[in-house]
Write a protein that binds this ligand. Structure first.
Ligand SMILES: [Zn+2]
Ligand SMILES: [Zn+2]
Length: 409
């Protein structure tokens, strides 16, 4: 019988404890059993405590010297937690606690005096026992890695803090228009409060991919805020076409977590500005990996030449840029937010889709992190070689679109 052998393990370990050092201090079954909490499997601490009390003829708690009755109040704490969680929609949870410092100090003093080497900390039993009751009563799953909600019980004050974890959805977006940023761009003068500089809006652009996508989700889930994490970002004046760009949208403190993804896609796509596809649930860990992925990209670039450029000359100029390192010093336009340094990037192909001597439409396939506008116009020598340098003609970028993100997903 496994139960018998488990209890035997507990009683065997209990022989090593210096029970005589307890003196006239009395302990409840839970606190007594916790001194041997890591001995014997499949038992509760009160079961361990009862067995030890009988075997070593220890007196009953009057009151418990360690917890002063705290362990008898676990059911009440669970009721408190239940009350705070019942208005939320969630599937998984985690219980944490802050146990009165005096209780922890008495418990740790006892470990040393009794030489208890198999003891479990009170905090861990409080968390587990409240969690067990909440799971049973509410039919929810404890989850240590990615809980929907985290509750922290403050035992000294009998209060419960509830932290609703963000909801993450992953997908791909297309940005069909120029002139909106990927993420909400707060006004740097007023930092969101609203001022003359931003026309009282608190932001530099009327809307963004982030705001359009998040609004469609928050309409279903509620929530206190949002963030969008993209696999890189396109310029405000560039469209994002093709299969779109992978992203994760984060909804903070959602009231509901069940999302009709098809409905979100329909609402976003109806904007006529942004489209989404492949929406699915994601985790916070994926935010890190999506930000790390270094995907190559295919661009459409419409260039206007400062002087006529014949097709043969254009082709020769393009050929001189391929398969060799392009040195790009941080562009003047982003130098206020990025360190000034020189990066080397490789452009694998540039195809001419159309050219008439005055303008040309190019398809550029470039390594992650290539500044394509600068590759074309040269950024006053900060990017070298460039198309302008190779042709010895000024090149102006009229339009830029991302056609493809070459990610592994
Ligand atoms: Zn106790
Ligand atoms: Zn402002």
């Amino acid at each position: 019988m496994p139960m018998v052998s488990s209890l035997d393990d507990v009683l065997e370990a209990a022989k090593e404890i210096a029970w005589s050092n307890l003196g006239d201090r009395t302990l409840c079954d839970a606190c007594l059993g916790r001194l041997l909490g890591k001995a014997g499997h499949g038992l509760t601490n009160p079961e361990r405590g009862r067995a030890v009390r009988e075997r070593f003829r220890l007196p009953a708690a009057d009151p418990c010297w360690v917890c002063r009755g705290l362990m008898a109040e676990i059911g009440e704490f669970a009721t408190l937690v239940e009350g705070r969680l019942k208005s939320l929609e969630f599937a998984t949870f985690l219980v944490g606690s802050r146990v009165d410092a005096e209780i922890v100090a008495r418990e740790e003093a006892l470990w040393r005096e009794l030489v208890a080497t198999h003891a479990e900390a009170i905090k861990s039993e409080v968390n587990r026992e409240i969690g067990k009751r909440v799971a049973e009563r509410m039919g929810k799953e404890p989850d240590f890695a990615h809980p929907d909600v985290v509750v922290i019980v403050e035992t000294a004050f009998g209060t419960v803090e509830v932290k609703v974890n963000p909801l993450f959805l992953r997908g791909r977006y297309r940005k069909l228009v120029r002139g909106i940023p990927q993420t909400r761009w707060p006004c740097k003068r007023c930092r969101g409060k609203g001022c003359d500089h931003c026309g009282g809006k608190g932001k530099m652009y009327e809307t963004s991919v982030e705001e359009i996508v998040a609004a469609a989700i928050i309409a279903q889930t509620g929530g206190s805020g949002h963030a969008l994490h993209g696999m890189g970002r396109e310029d405000v004046d560039a469209r994002m076409l093709g299969r779109g760009r992978p992203f994760i949208v984060e909804i903070k403190e959602p009231k509901r977590r069940t999302v009709d993804l098809a409905n979100v896609a329909t609402a976003v796509n109806a904007s006529g500005v942004v489209e989404v596809e492949d929406l699915r649930p994601a985790t916070g860990d994926e935010v890190v990996t999506i930000k790390e992925e270094r995907a190559g990209k295919v661009y459409r670039v419409l260039v206007r030449f400062g002087a006529p450029v014949e097709d043969e000359k254009l082709k020769r100029g393009i050929a001189s840029l391929l398969g060799r390192p392009i040195a790009q010093r941080t562009p003047a336009r982003v130098s206020h937010r990025r360190a000034d340094r020189v990066r080397e990037r490789v452009v694998s192909s540039i195809d001419v889709a159309r050219s008439d001597g005055a303008t040309a439409e190019l398809r550029v396939t470039a390594e992650a992190g290539t500044y394509v506008k600068e590759l074309v116009h040269g950024d006053q020598g900060r990017t070298t070689p460039s198309l302008a340098e190779a042709l010895d003609v000024a090149c102006e970028v009229l339009e830029l679109d991302v056609l493809e993100i070459q990610d592994t997903g």
